[in-house]
Design a protein around this ligand. Sequence first.
Ligand code: ZN
Ligand code: ZN
Ligand code: ZN
Ligand code: ZN
Length: 300
Amino acid sequence: MSIAQRLRPFLHVLVFALLGAAAGAQKKDGPVEIRYPVPERIERAAKADDKGLLQWEEWKEPQCQTCTGTGKTKCATCERYPDEWTNCIECKGTKEATCRACGGLGHQPDPLDKVICPGCRGSAYLACTICPGSSGLITPQGGGGRPQKCPACRGDAGAKCSICNGTRFVEMATLKPSLREANAATLAKALAAANQALNALTAFHPPADVRKANKELAKVLGGGQAFFPPMKRAPKAFEDHMARIAGGANYQHYEEAAGQVQSAWKSGFEYYLKHQKRMLELAHKRAEANEKLLADTKGK
Ligand SMILES: [Zn+2]
Ligand SMILES: [Zn+2]
Ligand SMILES: [Zn+2]
Ligand SMILES: [Zn+2]
């Protein structure tokens, strides 16, 4: 299998994370296109109550653009396997998978409550990149012969995602009393932490040495843990996953396979932090306006 074929599922995710809100329904044929909401464009309205204080409006649960409400898509993991390879971690061979963009809900959940998992991007598992297409199988080096169990995932094709524990979603910033109701000063602190963690992640470019790159990325992934619970779990989850991938260290494409995981985690957590930033900014704007109004009223 060529590099381009192996990279294809990652490219789709990347392209649609960038394009995001591209309109139109899912094509019947062709590869699955996962459309995650673009963080910078997420709207979460607040409306003034009779005292003039901004209150969050009810979330209208907009339909998921990827599955158009069904909560299912064609399986993106195994669509490129040879027909005789039936072991698929995502669909268990049924060819139908839970929609990664909405975690199977059919609609976008309230972005103040949760966000799609940055580790698995909604698939609930961490894909093995040693075996082609996360198939659990690998053709013997030098070609020829029957496919063998992948030495990295031992034929499982990956492992349950330990960032979301297989639930496809993760928590928002932990603030007191909540992200919705925190005061402007608290929100500003969390916003600064999100910016710092995001800048560190964006600036990270893996050195060629896989072990060194893993070590550095694990550290960067843990950057925002004071406010963001998934980042507390990230370093260990990442290291555990890279230890599995290292089971394929004897393969000639090992460095490329490790690089795929590194860039998937980097972009997954960048997405997560941009989402946090967006919601923190909206909450901060609301809190600031309300605090100003209360101060003005008191002053009169
Ligand atoms: Zn969906
Ligand atoms: Zn499948
Ligand atoms: Zn996950
Ligand atoms: Zn594998």
